[in-house]
Design a protein around this ligand. Sequence first.
Ligand code: ZN
Length: 273
Amino acid sequence: MAALGLLALPGAGFAATPSTSSLVWPQALQVPGGVARLSLGSSATRPVAHQGELPLLVVGDAIEWTAIVGIPLSAAPGEASISVRTAEDGLRPLTYAITPKRYSEQHLKVSPRTVDLSPEDLARHERERKHQEVVMATFSQPLPGSLRMRVPVPGRRSSSFGLRRVFNGQARNPHSGMDIAAGTGTPVVAPLPGRVIDVGDYFFNGGTVWLDHGGGLLSMVCHLSAMDVQTGDVLATGARLGAVGATGRVTGPHLHWGVMLNRTMVDPALFLA
Ligand code: ZN
C-alpha cells in the first residue's frame, strides 16, 4: 500500500499497517508530547494551518495535504483544534482528540547550584531563555523533504521523554527530549538536513546547537563538549556538528536530543524508524 493511500484515511491507525516501508514519519501519537497527523484533504495549493497563533507544518500534495502538529506536554487531554485556510473553502476549524498519557516521575541528584540558582545565575538563565525563545520561533522555507530522522549519536536511547523530573527533591519542568548514552567526545551528527540557527553554552543545556529543518521543525542537541559549526552553516544528514559531553545540568556525559514542531517539544522517538 502506498503512503498516499494511508494518508487518504483520516485518523486511520496506521500502527496496524503491515511493513515498515509503508510507514510515514513522524509516527502519529495523539498524546501530550506527541504528534498529530491531521488530514486536510485535497486543495490545488498548500493550505495554511495554525494552532492558536503558531504556524503549522503542512506536507503533501494537491491530492492530500497533512498538518503535522506538535502537541505540548502541558496539553489537556480532550478535544483540541487547529485552523485551516484553503483557497477553495476559506478558513475552517479542524478538531482532533488528545488522549491522556501518564508520564512517571524521575528523581535526579545534580549540583545544588543548578537547582537553587544564585541571583547571577538566575539573571543569566533569564537572558538565555529570552534568546532561546527567538531561536525557537524560527519558521523557514524550504519545508523539510523528509520527516524521518537518524539518531544524532549511536548509543542506548532512554525512554525518558516526558518524565516529570525532581532535582535534589525539587519538582522542575518535565524532560522534553531523548537522552542517549554516549561517552564524552563521541561525534554528534545532524539528524536531518538543516541550517545551524544557534550555537551557545547555556546554563542548563550546556554546549548546545540548534538546527532548523524548515517549516517550524527544529532540533537541538545539548551538553556538548565541542561544537564544530557556526550559525548559518548548512548541514546534510549525518554531518558532524560537535561531540558528546557533560556540560550544563547533567548527572554525567550523554546527549540530550530535542525535537520541536510549532514551538513545541515533541518525542524524538516518533521521528525514528
Ligand atoms: Zn535530557
